[in-house]
Design a protein. Sequence first.
Lengths: 170, 705
Amino acid sequence: MLMLLLNLAESNANLSNYKADAALAFKNYSDTVFRIAFLRSGNTTDADDIMSEVFLRLIKNLHKIKSEEHLKSWLIRVTINRSNSFFKKQKRINQVRIVECDAVYEMDENSVLPQVMALPMHQKTVVFMHYFEGYSVEEIATLCGVKAGTVKSRLSRAREALKTTLKGEF
Amino acid sequence: MFKDKFKKELDAINPSAELESAVLDKIRQEKERISSAPKISYKKRWISAIAAALALVIVSVTAFNLPIFNGSEHILNGDISTSSNSEDLFVDEDLTESNFENQDQQPSQNAPTSITYDAAYKLFDKIAALREAQKDHYNGDNTASKSANSDDGQSNLTDTPSVNDTPSKNYTETNIQVEGVEEGDIVKTDGEYIYVLRSVVNACTIYISKATNGKLSKTAFIHLYHTPYSDLYDYDAEIKEFYLCSNTLVIIISAERKTKSFEGDCTIAMLFDVSNPKSPQYIKEYVQTGNYTSSRLIGDNLYLFSQDSLYGFETIKKPDDNIGYTYEHKRFWQLPKIGVDDRVLNDIDEKNLYAFDDEVNLEYFLAVSIDVKKRKRSDSKAIVGGGSNVYVNNNAIYAVSSEINYFEAEKEYIPKTYIMKFGINKGKITPLAKTNLKGTVLNRFLMDEYDGYFRIITTTRKYRRNNCCAFFSVIGIDSNTVYVLDKDLKTVSSIKGIAKGEAVTSSRFMGEIGYFCTSPMNVNVDPFFAVDFSNPKNPKILDSLEFPGVVNYLHPYDDNLMLGIGETESGKNVKLIMFDVSNPKKIKRLFTLNTNVSCAYNSFNVSNGHKKINILKDKGIICFSGETKYNIYKFSKQKGFSPLEKNHFSAKTDEDGDIYSSWDDSIRGVFIDDYLYVCNAHGIVSYMPFKGNKKISEILFFNYP
């Protein structure tokens, strides 16, 4: 019985021929990772730190990646987790951080991004994943590790908030 | 439109070239380091790990005779082990029955019945099957019934939302819909101290400041993450609003949490003793599952409402031959829960769980009452069905929700509004009746109960679903309908087809007469209607008056005057209108003022929009918040509207060094005697507005204490 199980494990290991490459992954997905980190942190400095951390982790976990689709999901999930840890650490420190940003993005009075940035953390994440990346509610639930109902309620609350602040734009 | 703009703006956000180069260097270095380290076959490591795990399982089962538990079957059969059955059940002392002698209210014949847990799960299965088959069991056309007989003593004559009486207090209170039914807000005062909510990401705090003749001094603050159970809060936990009652600060919190017994959204009422505001003392907190909907305070009784889905999804990772693994989402049923602190939440008692046999929604509405003075939960009732808009008067709760059936919306679709009625009496909550009507309801100001009859105005819009089922587009407005329902929510009468092509923008009821405004989509021209409800079987439109602009909020100024606040024809600025309603058959527009205050942040008809407005008849002023300033206009019956000599009073802005801000960065103004205190998330600034707009004193929350 044990030999049968071991053989099964070995045969499963051979089925996926996909080999992830960190440099190529960076080329294809660094923008996505950076944008999630930027949305969640609110500034480019923290987004830089989070992005670096994510790709360094990828290098150590390349063998776990089974497909291109899995790679993207993995990167998104880890970026969310990394920014969670980042902010939990800030909460424990209980300080207000003054961050100098090295980039300024031009926005006009009709820009929507500042209103999205002002949303609570979970809400702006689902807004990004739904409206920018095009993920469905169930896919977002898997990526964020929450119930689909939670994703729906976050999207709903985000839309309510954006309707108030964006008025005709939404 | 939003999607395209959002994509375009976010496309411009990219990592810098320097960062890209730095990360690629690190990747290269790490690759080299790994390639030069001794190799261990991943395959062999994986196989070894599996073998070790299997060995452990075999030993465990053999040695300890443990059963193999099939988690997914357990979930699908609905045989969920809830915290009600667990051995570590927390005894909730607040669940002891309150003494509700002589407070029973007679439910209608179509009132819901309480159900057992088993019956509830069977009902949920039935609803799920119905929705899967895309059936709608509701008959949307309620046939008019014979008018109700004179009330049997259960439906009392309700005080109508009264016009502003001269306040007996020397300080401003929150602008509310129904007299005697207090509403939570982000700023409150007791005439001596001012309490202000700063609701920002990671830092929800209530600041307490002493205000004496315009001088401000820091007193104390309550930080959400410094409370006893804050380790259970997700960092997105948010204080929504609060109340001051009987020397108690009642804070309403919306949070996501993960405990042994529950994962999901919760609504919390947290109590602090503020008899000494310099040293607020934590008392306890009451937790209920669900997203925060609304709350009210009647006397010492807080009524707290939440709603959520009756199901959750278990995400199960399954092996997949092609990509290694895949995820499957299995639904499980989840009942509403309540608890005294955050450690354990218990399923609501079966005797407090209600449902209608013909319910088709897989949501619940949970109403909990808490006696703030006795610091005790009085009652809790959960009912299958939703309720996102809540109208409350001194006798009843009407929970209203509009539902769009996702499955039908590829073609034109007209949603329905579902209404559930609960009787309330000194904390006791009794589910009484329900119904549904065609159309949607803008907000709770379009509802009112008077003399046992419930009046409501709906708008019939046509929707079509977009590519994903997450949101819908309005493709047209049909018209509006006024309904009159009896105490059992049976339709007594209606006026259909009002203002075709237009939607109701505001409404207010004054006893037997109801007033509302409508406006077409994207055009700011409003007719103002007066409806006579003196004969509930035969309501009549008495008059209508067209005027340029849109009214988003109506407020009875006195018995003869109705104030409208809204937008100019261009949609750019705030407009004030005073209507003469002394003769509802001939309404007149008495005075109009197009202010220079921008409309950009003045949505007075959203859920808490009316709280940005203060109408102080004793001072002869009308005030409302703008984006960064509080604005004051005089009103007299002889001369109409005019601005104060200096009428814009600045709040603290975020240029003071705080980078965090909330999208709901609203301003409130409170008067204590003749001093004005303009409050927002950043601080308080005091003025003496009748002597100019020179700042007297200010406090910045950033550097508290």
